[in-house]
Design a protein around this ligand. Sequence first.
Ligand SMILES: [Fe+2]
Length: 387
Amino acid sequence: MSSPFEVVVGMSADDFFKHYWGKKPLFVKGAMDSAKGVITADDLAGLSCEVEATRLIQKSAAGWDVRYGPFDDSDFADLPENNWTLLVQEVDRMDEAVNVLLNSFRSFPNWRLDDIMVSYAAPGGSVGAHVDKYDVFLIQGEGTRRWEIGLTPLKDPPFLEDLELRILKEFVPDQVIEAEPGDLLYLPPMFAHNGVAVTECITLSVGFRKPLVSDMVASYLSEMLSRIDPEHQLVHSLEKSVEDPGLLDFDTMESVRSVFRSLLYDEESVDDWFGRYITSPKRGDGWEGDDEEQSWNPDNVAAHLSSGSGFDRIGQSLCSYQKAPGGSVRLYAVGQVFILPSGIADIARIVSGVGPITATTLGKLASNDAVCRLLARLVSIGYLQPE
Ligand SMILES: [Fe+2]
């Protein structure tokens, strides 16, 4: 049976990875009927008044203007009829119908998935010709957008100067595509593109990510630093007199090296840090976090499951797990870790995976206290939502 991703790209997932992923653009006509009209411009404007991760980009004779949200009604009141775009990140976490579209993109590890950004553009609206550093699937939700794309990746392209937006100084497209509702365009990183709204239109971008090594190192080292006793001194015993006082000898350097060895080569600390780091919300807003009202207890969970209802995932990119020695697992969700013994380890695969989370799929686990406790926590931190 074809996976939902295969249905969208019109080929086997393995063929897609072999021939397109990271290599070349792919346009699929009528790939996702479910995206047609999935969110309205009014809904998007409403969300942009609630979150910070939103931008309004306008092009006029004076040049490009970028404003950052949250917005209010007055921001929309004086906009012209043409040439502007509203972008909102992480709409998958705030809108159920948009979240469901992610089910077609689960042939990827959760940690590589970022979010669904939604843009509304008035006719002529565009964010300029640019490149992105990440892979993206652009799905047309409403109206028509004309995509001008390059068919070879750019290495280090020059950008227009003195602009907040990184718009390419030069761009001669190799191909022009008109995307209509349900059409999908896949673009690998560094392929130039310029999407211009032909009519009022809505485009959904399923974005992927790879963390920056500099961010990873900064995060890991700052966590390690917080664990070190500020009073703790370098271990160095001086047991006899030295003849060569200027020499930093082998024993001295070994004691220095051992500090860094224990910091950098402690694999368990690195693994655990990465699990929490990669499942932490990146942008802060659009994420409910620990919510009193969402607070569930194991009894609620057990009753909910036995009534035949299940749980939906929100922010699928924020849950992953690691196998640990002895069959236990470490489950990471929204930056938190849950250590699960081997007897209930399967729950990690189920909650971070693809299928429904119901009494049927949980089987024996549905009546396990520790599992119900875990599900209650996952509801409270906002990863799961009761159906
Ligand atoms: Fe882009």
